[in-house]
Design a protein around this ligand. Structure first.
Ligand code: HEM
Length: 392
């Protein structure tokens, strides 16, 4: 079956028709387990879209048949190198995960929590002091995630705005802006790596340039591939999650009040919001001709496992369209599945939980400003912009 699912095409800044991209994709569960969408990817090629959570897990586990080996970021610069570990397959992928996993352990993230809280409070206090309305993405979600990232890298907060600009251009700009942003990011990572080689510090980049795998140091390209991925993977995703959560709470004052009065509920609520407003589409490339659920997939074809589809699959979640902030047994795949399971999941969860708790503690009952409407967009990472909140 062929179905045009351009909602996933990148950069995908086109607003979704009914303002609810998640509901728009969930309708695929009425159809077949797999269909072909002719215009689904960044490079204009079509994609096989897997619509059942169970089948997505099969694809994501089977790395021999469905490969992650690509150079999407580098191709924007006319180059070919993988972002690491995302665009590597086992066994090399496992070698880099073993190296990087300890940096993002729950213990490391707990140690970072005071910094995360301090960054959230600084931004929100300023908003609360000066205004009764703000664009939550521009004024809080993006600067917050960039600020935590800079702290993680051990860098000063001075460059925060420049980073926000790069990430927005990279993910949502036209092709010239994307290329310019990609160049700036690579230049920044290369320069930081060179600086840390000369003068080591106690931070992420020093760890990477001093690391060894299989008894050798990492090449310049490998260091760059790691640095670029961490910059790109952790900013827009967390900001988008915070944005969708804020929009939900603004529209559902009872749930907003519940979480404000009982902040202990926020952690469980965040899991439900991650499920219902999943943002990432994972794409793999078939390494051979195969038949999947009766459909012939050719070697080289793209296969899409969209988390926003899997996490609204009625065969996995009772009443998937209903948001139940106390939902139990919530086995969502918002952070992926299989060997590439998100390395930054602990950090992301902490950022979202702390960000929401601090917001609810400092900003009184808020709603979407009358006469404004947030614009949601599809794309490789779903997102939201122009989310103007107001409060008394
Ligand atoms: C709500 C926020 C986030 C979401 C929804 C998210 C989602 C995902 C998903 C779905 C994948 C799997 C991609 C695939 O299999 O193709 C992934 C991988 C990854 N994420 Fe996240 N992510 C988030 C935040 C972060 C943060 C904060 C960081 C780090 C600073 C991070 C770093 C990574 C890395 C390094 C990978 C690649 C892992 C691998 O290939 O082994 N992510 N993420």
């Amino acid at each position: 079956m062929v179905r045009d699912f351009s909602l996933f095409s990148s950069p995908g800044m086109a607003p979704t028709p009914n303002g609810d991209p998640h509901a728009a994709v969930a309708c695929v569960h009425d159809g077949p387990p797999i269909f072909y969408s002719p215009s689904n990817t960044r490079d204009g090629r079509g994609t096989w879209v897997i619509t059942r959570a169970r089948d997505q897990r099969r694809v994501l586990q089977d790395t021999r048949t469905f490969s992650s080996h690509r150079s999407i970021f580098a191709s924007a610069l006319g180059e070919h190198w993988p972002v690491i570990p995302l665009e590597l397959d086992p066994p090399t992928h496992g070698v880099f995960r073993a190296l990087l996993d300890p940096l993002f352990s729950s213990k490391r993230v707990i140690a970072l929590e005071p910094t995360i809280r301090e960054r959230a409070r600084a931004l929100i206090d300023r908003i609360a002091r000066e205004r009764t309305s703000c664009d939550v993405m521009r004024d809080f979600a993006l600067p917050f995630t960039v600020s935590v990232f800079l702290s993680f890298l051990g860098l000063s907060q001075r460059r925060s705005e420049v980073f926000v600009g790069w990430v927005s251009d990279l993910l949502h700009g036209n092709s010239d802006k994307r290329t310019a942003a990609a160049r700036s990011i690579v230049g920044f990572i290369d320069e930081l790596a060179a600086r840390r080689r000369r003068t080591p510090a106690f931070d992420f980049m020093t760890f990477v340039v001093q690391a060894e795998i299989d008894g050798r140091s990492l090449s310049e390209e490998e260091v760059r591939g790691i640095g670029v991925l961490f910059l790109v993977a952790g900013l827009d995703t967390v900001a988008a999650a915070i944005g969708f959560d804020m929009a939900y709470l603004a529209r559902n004052p009872k749930d907003q009040e519940l979480l404000r009065n009982e902040p202990n509920r926020v952690m469980l609520a965040v899991e439900e919001l991650l499920r219902a407003y999943s943002t990432v589409q994972m794409v793999r490339e078939a390494t051979k001709d195969i038949v999947f659920e009766g459909v012939p997939i050719r070697k080289g074809d793209y296969v899409s496992c969209a988390t926003m589809i899997a996490n609204r699959d009625p065969s996995e979640f009772e009443r998937p369209e209903t948001i139940d902030l106390a939902r139990q047994g919530n086995h969502h795949t918002a952070f992926g599945y299989g060997p590439h399971l998100c390395l930054g999941a602990h950090l992301a969860r902490r950022e979202i939980v702390v960000g929401l708790r601090e917001w609810l503690a400092r900003i009184p009952a808020f709603r979407i400003k009358e006469g404004t409407a947030p614009i949601t967009h599809g794309g490789h990472v779903f997102g939201i912009k122009d989310l103007i909140l107001t409060w008394a």
